[in-house]
Design a protein around this ligand. Structure first.
Ligand SMILES: N[C@@H](CCC(=O)N[C@@H](CS)C(=O)NCC(=O)O)C(=O)O
Length: 198
C-alpha cells in the first residue's frame, strides 16, 4: 500500500490506523504547502481534490480519512478493528466512525472561525452538543464501543488529540483521559515517530 501524506495533517490518523492494522505501507509526501503544486497523476487519481491523506492499494485508489479507515479495517482486520458486518455493534461503529468528519470537524471549524452556531439548523448541532454527546458516550468505557478498540477510536482519538493540541478541549468527564489512552497506544507512538522522520 502507498500512503500519500503531509506532516501535521489528518494524514496522522491514517498512519496510526495502518500501524494498528499491521499493514505494510510506503509513505510518499505531498507538498500541500507549496506555492506551485506539482501533484502526480497517481495522487490525483486517489484524491481528486488534491487533499491528504490518500492511499493506493492494488486497484484501490481513495481518499477521505474516515473512508480509508473503514476500508483498511474491513479489508485487513475484520472482527477486530471493525465489528462484523452482521454484528450488533456495526451500526454504532459506523455512527462513531463518521462522527469526526460529520460532527466534530464542522463544530470545531465553526468555533475556531467564530461563526454563530445554530444547534437546530446545523447537522453537527454545535460545539457544546458535539462534546457533550461524545463525552456521555464514553461513560464507563475505555473505548467508544466498550472494551474493544476499533477504527472508530482512531478517528475519535485523533480528534481528541487534535482538540487538546489546539487548546480547544474543555473540561470533560471522559474525553481528556480517552485522548491520553489513545496517545499511549504503541501503534500511535510508532505513527508519531514515522511522521517525524517522514
Ligand atoms: N475530509 C478530509 C479532509 C482532508 C484535508 O482537508 N486535508 C488537508 C490537510 S489536513 C489538505 O490536504 N489540505 C491541502 C489542500 O486542500 O490542498 C479527510 O478527512 O481526509
Amino acid at each position: 500500500m502507498k500512503l500519500f501524506w503531509a506532516p501535521q495533517t489528518r494524514s496522522q490518523r491514517v498512519i496510526w490506523m495502518l500501524e494498528e492494522a499491521g499493514v505494510d505501507y510506503e509513505m510518499e509526501v505531498v507538498d500541500i504547502r507549496a506555492e506551485n503544486r506539482d501533484d502526480t497523476a497517481e495522487f490525483l487519481a486517489a484524491s481528486p481534490m488534491g487533499k491528504v491523506p490518500a492511499i493506493v492499494d492494488g486497484d484501490v485508489a481513495m481518499s477521505e480519512s474516515a473512508a480509508i479507515c473503514i476500508y483498511v479495517a474491513d479489508r485487513y482486520n475484520p472482527g477486530t478493528l471493525a465489528p462484523a458486518l452482521d454484528g450488533p455493534k456495526r451500526g454504532n461503529y459506523l455512527y462513531w466512525m463518521l462522527y469526526t468528519p460529520a460532527v466534530v470537524e464542522p463544530a470545531m471549524s465553526e468555533r475556531f472561525n467564530q461563526v454563530e452556531p445554530n444547534r437546530q439548523r446545523s447537522g453537527w448541532g454545535d460545539f457544546d452538543l458535539m462534546i457533550e454527546t461524545w463525552d456521555n458516550a464514553l461513560d464507563g468505557r475505555d473505548w467508544i464501543l466498550g472494551d474493544q478498540f476499533t477504527a472508530a477510536d482512531v478517528m475519535l482519538g485523533s480528534s481528541a488529540i487534535f482538540l487538546n493540541m489546539f487548546n480547544m478541549l474543555p473540561e470533560t468527564k471522559n474525553i481528556g483521559a480517552y485522548g491520553e489512552r489513545c496517545l499511549a497506544r504503541p501503534a500511535n507512538q510508532r505513527a508519531f515517530a514515522k511522521s517525524e522522520v517522514g
